[in-house]
Design a protein around this ligand. Sequence first.
Ligand SMILES: O=C(O)c1cc(=O)[nH]c(=O)n1[C@@H]1O[C@H](COP(=O)(O)O)[C@@H](O)[C@H]1O
Length: 246
Amino acid sequence: MIYSQPSRRANHQIIVPLDVPDLQSAIALVDQLPQVNFWKVGLELFTSSGPSILEILKSRQKRIFLDLKFHDIPNTVAGACRRAASYGVDLLTIHATAGKDALKAATEALQVGASQGGVQPPKLIAITLLTSISAWQLARDLKVPLELPEYTWEMALMAKESGLNGAVCSPQEAAQLRQICGDDFLLVCPGVRPTWADQGDQKRSLTPSQAILAGADYLVIGRPITAAPDPKLAWEKIVEELTTAT
Ligand SMILES: O=C(O)c1cc(=O)[nH]c(=O)n1[C@@H]1O[C@H](COP(=O)(O)O)[C@@H](O)[C@H]1O
């Protein structure tokens, strides 16, 4: 089944990563692209600058995807999730391969952390398989005997059964995950590349319009926008593509 989203939502469906080395560069990017409603704070920026960027984004009424990709034993993951939930962010990531016990501990810890912080808990979404991994690498390097699509379905289903709100998947798997996991399971797709952008290290990509038509709720699009000669123009081209496609 093909899903489509109302076009007026196009500029709310794009999440732009702040993949920059420090707070100053992050603020400069946020200032350069006031049209962006949803920003992602990931490992590079959080490692260099800690949580201060979160308050800055909130003071500008931006939505926040805190992409820390937790992957550890249940007790450690739960502690990290309690702290992360207290920040009042919208989305938070954990690797599905942390396993069922860690996923369940994470979902429970979010409730505790959010109530301690007096905020709403974030939606917890599981990384199924990084979009930089090809089918060949999955088999040869990671020694996974399942076919790649099946592996991602299994990871998404485990996440759903463990009480998570959604998954991060490549747009190439979005249509099947939507069918398998249902309409109320969030699908967040990185690895999105307009036809005019470089692939970079992404191995399983589709265009923005293909990803939305496949059933993605949100698209994470970084370098095609942030490394473009004119980031504002690149953003507008992608919004236009989404608006005409849906
Ligand atoms: O969790 C993520 O956001 C993520 C998962 C994944 O499987 N692949 C992936 O690329 N990402 C993130 O999505 C962003 C993609 O950036 P670009 O490749 O520049 O569009 C980066 O910030 C990655 O950390």
